[in-house]
Design a binder for this molecule. Structure first.
Ligand SMILES: CC(=O)N[C@H](C=O)[C@@H](O)[C@H](O)[C@H](O)CO
Ligand SMILES: CC(=O)C(=O)O
Length: 307
């Protein structure tokens, strides 16, 4: 890598993809969305076209347009724009990686392909390497999300030796719940000065104890301020306060999960809380009844008002 890398830390919002009522991407919302994250949530970095952004439900061309809009409108405002470029076809991922480099993205990330699955960690490392060669100067993150991909390889095994294959490698976004594997990733990344970003928002405090450097998640779109409070309490070793905040947060997510909390519901919740019109999700996700989203949004607003 020729340029110096800004380490990715703190809270990163996994962005929703705004769609029109007709289901087309709606770029006009991205400018106001950036202002909302910065001004109302104090969140200054984003992860675009990931799970929350329905990246795998978008066409390659739509993904390019969305990523370009975040980079363009985020210039001078956002600290980092990380673009998820994972696809089933390595060619599509390479094209998206090249595009991310051309629009000045601060990082790229890839999930494992999940239809034909890599047979072992070597195969997955090779896939990530071949994507990174299309954007050799852009920091590369492995996005571990076994619950969605069904690829159960341990992330720490995927990291093993990866620095020899991918000079631009910068860390892992860990959206699994195996704390032993997470701890192994923290040790490995620590020794290379890479970042581990945790991706199970309702369990973040457990991951902070293990030494993760930041978090990428959907809920930081509307609970960024509160979770930032939790991070500060943790940094000051105020365990009582950080625990109280995480436990309250868990209660909100449990309430949401009991109502069926998928990305479609989550997107409508964000619309309700922020006032941004993000539109419906794309099939196979179904639009969420407004009453359900409002009930969850109310819990979120109550939680925010208490702090
Ligand atoms: C599966 C999924 O969408 N995971 C997100 C990121 O990885 C999280 O941010 C969750 O949305 C969040 O933890 C709420 O469960
Ligand atoms: C949560 C997350 O990182 C994603 O939506 O991809």
């Amino acid at each position: 890598m020729s340029r110096s890398v800004k380490k990715l830390t703190g809270l990163v919002a996994a962005t929703f993809t705004p769609l029109t009522a007709e289901g087309e991407i709606n770029l006009s919302v991205i400018g106001p969305y950036i202002d909302y994250l910065i001004e109302k949530q104090n969140v200054k970095s984003v992860f675009v076209n990931g799970t929350t952004g329905e990246g795998c439900s978008l066409t390659v061309d739509e993904r390019k347009q969305i990523a370009a809009a975040w980079c363009q409108h985020g210039k001078g405002k956002l600290e980092q724009v990380v673009v998820h470029v994972g696809c089933m076809s390595i060619k599509d991922s390479q094209e998206l990686a090249r595009h991310a480099a051309s629009i000045g993205a601060d990082g790229i990330a890839v999930i494992s392909p999940s239809f034909f699955k890599p047979i072992n960690a070597d195969a997955l490392r090779l896939f990530i390497k071949e994507v990174s060669t299309s954007a050799p100067d852009v920091p590369m993150y492995y996005y571990h999300i076994p619950g969605m991909t069904g690829v159960e390889l341990e992330a720490a095994d995927v990291l093993n030796g990866i620095e020899q294959m991918i000079p631009s490698f910068q860390g892992v976004k860990y959206s699994g719940t195996d704390l032993r594997d997470l701890g192994q990733c923290v040790c490995y990344c620590q020794s290379h000065n890479w970042s581990v970003l945790f991706g199970v928002d309702e369990q973040l405090l457990g991951a902070l104890v293990l030494g993760v450097h930041g978090a990428v998640g959907s809920t930081y779109n509307y609970l960024g301020l509160i979770v930032n409070q939790m991070l500060s309490a943790f940094d000051k070793s105020n365990h009582m306060q950080s625990r109280a905040l995480q436990l309250e947060f868990m209660e909100v997510i449990t309430f949401a999960k009991n109502l069926g909390f998928d990305v479609g519901v989550n997107k409508q919740v964000m619309s309700e809380v922020s006032g941004l019109v993000l539109g419906p999700p794309r099939l196979p996700l179904l639009p969420c009844p407004v009453s359900k989203a409002q009930a969850i949004a109310q819990k979120i607003k109550d939680f925010s008002q208490r702090h």
